[in-house]
Design a protein around this ligand. Sequence first.
Ligand code: HEM
Length: 231
Amino acid sequence: MAHTHPLPRLLGSTVALKAAMAVSGLLLVGFLVGHMVGNLQVFGLFGGREAMNAYGAFLHSKPMLLWGARIGLLVMIAIHIGSAMTLIQRNQAARPIGYQMKKPIASTYASRTMRWSGPIITAYILYHLAHFTVAGVGIPGFPLKDAAQRVDVYQHVVNSFQSPLVSLLYVIAMGLLSMHLWHGLWSLFQSLGLSNSRWNALKRPMATGLTIFIIAGFMAVPLGVLFGIVK
Ligand code: HEM
């Protein structure tokens, strides 16, 4: 009989899958916060062009570190998507016909669209990598070099977002990410399992605050370039 050994049974349990989603989600949020704060360098907050290009050059001079981080991110994304798909299948298997009249009571728009916002974000990441990392899609002369002959990451960002179309695309992508993030963070706080009434009351405002912080930080970059604050 399948799954009689306790370890696979434990690993495949719904609780374990939810924990895997929560932990991988938490690490991905950690990456997002770091990436967002790093991007704010375009405003000259922590050294501007110099710091941004130096950081890019540093990462590329340490291939083990760079590829370790890339593989770590990919593994987290695979765990996140894999456990999500298994949980969705289980839900559907438990109710194969579906509700005849489905009127959500306790769920939010964001929570019901998780399975769509997930694939949309994956598509965004593929575009984003083609745009800035792999091929410089839409950046003439990619990869541009600065005076010190380093890849001019700062100029890539500025040149890209001077196009209103590219900026709009990013702002829309961040809007979709915000819904996924908002519900994901709330679920994460839920999965942490503390359910006393003070914690319960804090879960939504904490998810909302953290989502606004991350999304506003990301959106500031294309908007800053578009409105000529960053040149
Ligand atoms: C306005 C928002 C964003 C801007 C301006 C931005 C900018 C950049 C730039 C310039 C790079 C290339 C860095 C380099 O070549 O050294 C990059 C890489 C990357 N970004 Fe973003 N990013 C944004 C949002 C996001 C979001 C929301 C995600 C994830 C959902 C994301 C995920 C990544 C990943 C995975 C890499 C590749 C790192 C690598 O393997 O080299 N970015 N981003």
